[in-house]
Design a protein around this ligand. Structure first.
Ligand SMILES: Nc1ncnc2c1ncn2[C@@H]1O[C@H](COP(=O)(O)OP(=O)(O)OP(=O)(O)O)[C@@H](O)[C@H]1O
Ligand SMILES: [Mg+2]
Length: 590
């Protein structure tokens, strides 16, 4: 989450609130029950002081022990009812709250994974992680207690005022006389705390991104002995965090005693006014006792509401970010009449394809070539020339505006994306392994790929030996992005993945990393097996791969410069011949 992402949010934004409340719809029944409980419960509380007043004035003062007995029973009943209601209310709302959070999180996750790569290019992973974790967590209080409790608190305040006026008009005015001071204090507190909490949120995301980058780049940091400097930077962020929290504690530490003080002042005023009036029999002791309770009861919901204001506000800020993600439409979607295709029958063709990631920075210019079924095509070119982009387009990771990409004469935009991806196995330049075991990294959880198939793939491609040498063989956990395996081993595993998958089309983005000669031989052999019986497009760096290809496409600055077999291109004496002469002293074309 970047700093400028954090906007000042309103505490109650009706439009946002309305969208949030839609998530409560499946639990309408529970919300209705909880709201009824909250309304009834808010009325039960203020009844107690009133019953006490009746008990004192009507029964104690008149020595009516029978009536008193019933009154005490009634008060006891009120306490039990109120306790039961509070429990049920809390239990229902907390449960509903957690269910709603789960729903939103699932919806958000599902939505994000449907978004196209363009979105992931623009949004750092850290931000997306924050969205699905912290931001959702920010809604917790809103759903679990927020909405219903706010309704209950407001109702409670109204009930208390009604009961107070009913009991004594003058005393109500006296009790409420501190209200202006209370409101002023609340406003100042809210303002101060809002700023602190906003800074705390910024600090948290600062710390998250710092840690994320630090641990990801730990090797580089150690290599350049940057630990000391980084530690200092971390301490700075940490210090800031401490200062902010201390500041927030300070405001709370001032606010609550002030509320207590105001409540005491109003109690004092009530006492002072009543004392004289009781003596000259204008008022009763019952009224005094009831009022002391009311005055105390009155301040609690006001204090709660002030406190909830900050949680509501951060919930609104979080929901704003969540909705902006949910509102991002996936821009690559299947047409309603999209075609299912299970096998390649004749050819893959690029027809006058031009493409740019960012406006006015063309990456591919007018690319046209055809690969017939069973052929192997090698694409070569210098770094940044657009080779990986070509295969991203064939997989429809990005949509093109100019030109067409056809599989058996059908535009890939008219194919179901799932069937397009089933048709093609893609081995990427930088292999990605998941933190699961080796077999799962080969099968990718596809149930059709059995254990035998996984082992056969490993045996066929020469990966079996090194996998069996791992402590747990195929069950060995591949830790964080395969850090415990060598680059060559990671590549072999990704080859096994493609082999077990057995697709009609194989696309391979050969890695340029250097691999020891023994493993190199294994990889060359396994590539041979991978290509057999398939239609392949290979972004090639190995001379062996290039020479084996039926045709070589030479890309330069996003344009096809030459096309032909190795021998043809050498005799043409153009770009390829130059690249070849320059780079093949070490047997690789980089
Ligand atoms: N996701 C992206 N967003 C914006 N620009 C990109 C993106 N991916 C690649 N580019 C740009 O497009 C151009 C072609 O990149 P591409 O990855 O296709 O090159 P390449 O030929 O595969 O290079 P290499 O041999 O180094 O892998 C480069 O200038 C690169 O900066
Ligand atoms: Mg590349």
């Amino acid at each position: 989450m970047s700093v400028n992402q954090e906007k000042e949010a309103k505490a109650i934004d009706l439009k946002l609130l309305k969208r949030l409340l839609i998530f409560l719809k499946p639990y309408k029944k529970y919300v209705v029950i909880a709201t009824i409980l909250a309304i009834v419960n808010s009325a039960v509380g203020p009844l107690r002081p009133y019953f006490t007043k009746v008990a004192i004035d009507n029964y104690i003062a008149k020595n009516d022990s029978h009536g008193l007995y019933w009154m005490i029973l009634a008060i006891f009943g009120l306490i039990v009812i109120s306790g039961l209601f509070s429990f049920s209310l809390n239990y229902i709302m907390q449960t509903v709250g957690q269910k709603v959070l789960l729903d939103i999180r699932v919806k958000l996750f599902d939505h994000i994974q449907k978004l196209s790569l363009k979105y992931f290019d623009k949004n750092p992973i850290g931000r997306l992680v924050t969205r699905v974790t912290n931001d959702i967590e920010g809604l917790n209080e809103l759903f679990s207690s927020g909405v219903v409790m706010i309704v209950a608190d407001v109702l409670l305040i109204i009930w208390i005022i009604i009961f107070m006026f009913y009991t004594s008009f003058e005393l109500t005015l006296i009790t409420l006389s501190v209200l202006p001071f209370l409101i002023a204090t609340s406003i100042i507190f809210r303002k101060k705390v809002r700023v602190v909490f906003r800074n705390i949120r910024l600090n948290v995301s600062k710390m998250n991104s710092f840690l994320n980058e630090y641990f990801t780049g730990i090797v580089t940091i150690k290599l350049f002995t940057q630990e000391q400097k980084q530690f200092k930077d971390f301490q700075e962020v940490n210090e800031e965090s401490k200062d902010l929290w201390v500041k927030s504690v300070f405001y709370y530490a001032i606010f609550f005693p002030i509320v207590e003080l105001l409540s005491a002042v109003s109690l004092g005023l009530v006492l002072w006014y009543t004392a004289g009036n009781i003596l000259n029999e204008h008022m009763t002791i019952g009224i005094l006792v009831a009022f002391l309770s009311y005055a105390e009861m009155f301040f609690r919901p006001i204090r709660d509401l002030t406190e909830k204001y900050t949680t509501m506000q951060s919930a609104m800020a979080a929901s704003e970010r969540i909705f902006s993600t949910l509102d991002t439409e996936p821009d690559i979607i299947d047409e309603s009449n999209a075609i299912e295709k299970n096998h390649l029958e004749s050819s893959i063709e690029f027809k006058n394809v031009s493409f740019e990631y960012d406006e006015e920075k063309p990456v591919l210019k007018n690319i046209s070539f055809k690969v017939n079924k069973g052929e192997t095509i090698a694409i070569v070119g210098s770094t940044g020339s657009g080779k990986s982009t070509i295969i991203s387009l064939l997989n429809r990771f990005y949509d093109i505006k100019t030109g067409e990409i056809l599989i058996d004469g059908i535009n890939i935009k008219n194919l179901k994306q799932e069937s397009l991806h089933n048709l093609i196995a893609l081995v990427m330049q930088d292999v990605f392994l998941f933190s699961r075991d080796v077999s799962l990294n080969i099968s990718m959880g596809n149930e059709k790929i059995s254990k035998e198939l996984i082992e056969d793939a490993a045996k066929a491609l020469g990966a079996y030996d090194f996998i069996m040498r791992l402590n747990n063989g195929f069950g060995e956990e591949v830790r964080e992005r395969g850090a415990t395996l060598s680059a060559g081993q990671r590549q072999l595993i990704s080859f096994c993945r493609a082999f077990a998958y057995n697709p009609d089309i194989l696309i391979l983005d050969e890695a340029t990393s250097n691999i020891d000669s023994e493993l190199e031989l294994v990889i060359e052999n396994s590539l041979e097996k991978l290509f057999t019986g398939r239609t392949s497009i290979v972004i090639a760096h190995r001379l062996s791969t290039i020479q084996r290809a039926d045709r070589i496409i030479v890309i330069h600055h996003g344009e096809i410069k030459e096309m032909g077999t190795h021998n043809e291109l050498i005799s043409e004496n153009g770009v390829y011949a130059k690249l070849y002469n320059l780079q093949f002293s070490n047997n690789k074309l980089n």
